[in-house]
Design a protein around this ligand. Structure first.
Ligand code: AMP
Ligand code: ZN
Length: 319
């Protein structure tokens, strides 16, 4: 394999450069991502993981002053908690549920016969009560709610999870299963706004330390349907979501690699998360797209890590 040819980063956005294979093809050819036959579902190489680990370590370092409680969840939630989150109201198109075979011997024969006849067998599967986690912070709210009122100075939780979103795409930055690292803040509106402002500064500073061309912008989530447009417009108007954008994909606009979210009392109401005075807690989160940041680094500094700028490698703890 000609590593050199793969490592010459091409100017981002120049889709018309026929001499260079597309970014996804270069990543696959270099073995950084490994195809599974399903768009947006990839294996990762040791090199890819070393960058992901370096990013996570950098986020931990800059978040040390948060004294966050570290919580780790598997990439799935119970159906009941998922329902309470109202995710299906906003993003039914993105949710993924886990189904299993729950039948007897007769059912098993039917399943195998379907397979044998190359017929659809998935209608033989039944819901398990397990739903894939759509955002790393979702499992946090019920856990904190159950503990009773928040401490007076609020609470910050550190989470990292693979997340599932049904958005198959050939853009390497739009995966179906990807990692989201988050700090989640629960407290008064003032505490959440201060938290989010701090992290918008820190997110940009991290981007600059990684020598990436970053741009902060107001954003909205992809709320479903006609009614969703109204919700999305209101989210933008109220400036509830900001994103850190970095150009990554061929011939496309920049990609959101971090997000800074203020949910107001949405989750506090749904989960009955209480302030010390009994009022409803507000929440916010900062999310780092681990795969997207890794891909941004590979795009801008090339596929050969030994040629990356030394300060960038140091920021990542010496990858
Ligand atoms: P969001 O909850 O949509 O703000 O997502 C938080 C972060 O996760 C985003 O800023 C991205 O970096 C990352 N992310 C969201 N969707 C995807 C996806 N389909 N593939 C990879 N990363 C994603
Ligand atoms: Zn979140």
């Amino acid at each position: 394999m000609d590593v050199q040819a793969l490592t010459d980063a091409k100017p981002v956005g120049g889709a018309g450069d026929a001499a260079q294979p597309a970014f996804l093809d270069r990543l696959l050819e270099a073995g950084l991502l490994i195809e599974s036959g399903v768009p947006g579902l990839y294996g990762r190489s040791a090199v890819f993981e070393s960058i992901a680990d370096g990013l996570n370590a950098a986020v931990t370092r800059i978040g040390a002053d948060q004294h966050a409680e570290v919580l780790r969840f598997p990439p799935a939630m119970g159906q009941r908690d998922f329902e309470t989150s109202e995710y299906l109201k906003s993003f039914p198109q993105l949710a993924g549920t886990v189904h299993s075979f729950c039948g007897d011997d007769r059912g098993h024969h039917r399943l195998l016969a379907r397979l044998e006849d190359k017929q659809d067998w998935t209608d033989q599967q039944e819901p398990t009560g397990v739903v894939l986690t759509p955002a790393a912070c979702y499992p946090v709210y019920p856990v904190i709610a159950r503990r009773g009122p928040l401490p007076a100075d609020g609470k910050v939780v550190d989470v990292l999870s693979y997340c599932y979103r049904h958005e198959p795409s050939l853009e390497p930055t739009r995966m179906q299963l990807f990692r989201m690292r988050e700090y989640v803040c629960l407290g008064t509106p003032e505490q959440i706004v201060a938290f989010r402002n701090k992290w918008m500064e820190r997110g940009q500073a991290l981007g600059r330390a990684l020598q990436l061309p970053v741009e902060l912008d107001i954003a909205n989530d992809p709320f479903f349907g006609r009614g969703g447009k109204i919700v999305a417009d209101s989210q933008r108007e109220q400036k509830l979501k900001f994103e850190l954008l970095i150009p990554v994909n061929d011939g496309a606009g920049p990609t959101a690699c971090m997000s800074f979210n203020y949910h107001m009392d949405h989750f506090g109401e749904l989960w009955h998360i209480a302030l010390p005075d009994g009022g409803v807690a507000h929440t916010g989160c900062v999310g780092f797209g681990i795969e997207r940041l890794t891909l941004a680094l590979l795009r801008h500094h090339g596929l050969d890590l030994s040629r990356w700028p030394q300060p960038v490698r140091e920021t990542l703890g010496g990858v």
